[in-house]
Write a protein that binds this ligand. Structure first.
Ligand code: AMP
Length: 280
């Protein structure tokens, strides 16, 4: 496995891979690799001939006061994990390599990004779609792998690739969870033992909401049920509990499935998100 921090080097490696007629899979990450990332890398390994894992803590998707400085950085450990899973190349550029001082071009998806996390983190999705566009241009993957844990991000990236005719297939992988249901996330490392013990209440609330939706509950009823259960946990501070149309993220047209239940909550300073899609 190779590790590169240079765009030109990655391009020339990919050029040789493509010259052999091999397919390329890309798994974009911010590092601190965990089981959620491993699942994406394994899936890429099963499907594509050459697997690239990008590790880049993208400064332009963090807002003021968010955890850019504190975000875990552990390239050597991540490289060992990726190699063990059979990745062929790690692309871990510096911020300067990705964003030269006179960088001024951004990619922005409309409407979908005004909702849920987008409404509370202005500029976040613009940062995500810009960096993912750059990664697609650098790596030119046949397929790129994203987790459903970040459901809105997945939808935004699917829309971007469709709207801009990007020749890449987006592959969605289900959310990987701890035994107690907490969605695995790099930020879980920040949790104190008490916060960690409280955090599974998010998924429990989502599951209860999902059961209600399956029995025909309206979006408002589901939102109130999920919110009440999370608000019951003193160590969690609910940011939002929403029940929306899983394709548009707008108000659902009717009660019952299909519905996306999505939650963001703070445990201390740590922001946790999770979701369940209740299929039709
Ligand atoms: P991140 O490093 O947090 O930017 O995440 C990189 C990719 O891993 C994104 O596509 C995430 O949706 C995905 N991911 C993160 N956590 C999980 C999880 N628990 N299950 C599945 N995918 C995940």
């Amino acid at each position: 496995m190779r590790i590169s921090d240079r765009i030109d080097e990655v391009r020339s490696i990919i050029g040789r891979v493509r010259g052999n007629g091999d397919s390329v899979g890309l798994v974009p990450t911010m590092g601190a690799l965990h089981e959620g990332h491993s699942c994406l890398i394994r899936r890429a390994r099963q499907t594509d001939d050459f697997v690239v894992v990008s590790i880049f803590i993208n400064p332009i998707q963090f807002g003021p006061g968010e955890d850019l400085e504190a975000y875990p950085r552990q390239l050597q450990e991540d490289a060992a994990v990726a190699e063990e899973l059979g990745a062929d190349l790690i692309f871990a550029p510096t911020a300067e390599e990705m964003y030269p001082p006179d960088f001024t071009t951004y990619v922005e998806v409309g409407e979908l990004t005004d909702k849920l996390c987008g409404a509370l983190r202005p500029g976040h999705f613009r940062g995500v779609t810009t960096v993912v566009s750059k990664l697609f241009n650098i790596v030119s993957p046949d397929r790129a792998y994203f987790g459903q844990k970040d459901y809105q991000q997945l939808l935004v990236i699917e829309r971007m690739t469709r709207d801009l005719d990007m020749p890449v297939e987006i592959v969605a992988c289900p959310t990987v969870r701890e035994a107690d249901g907490l969605a695995v996330a790099s930020r879980n490392k920040y949790l104190t033992p008490e916060q960690r013990a409280a955090a599974p209440a998010i998924y429990q609330a989502l599951q209860k909401g999902a059961e209600a939706v399956k029995s025909g509950a309206s979006a408002k009823e589901a939102e109130e049920m999920v919110a009440a259960q999370i608000e019951n946990e003193p160590l969690l501070e609910l940011q939002y509990a929403r029940a929306v149309d899983p394709r548009t993220l707008a108000e659902p047209g009717s009660a019952g499935p299909p519905m996306l239940l999505a939650v963001a909550a703070f445990a201390g300073d740590t922001r946790l998100i999770d979701n369940i899609v209740v299929e039709e």
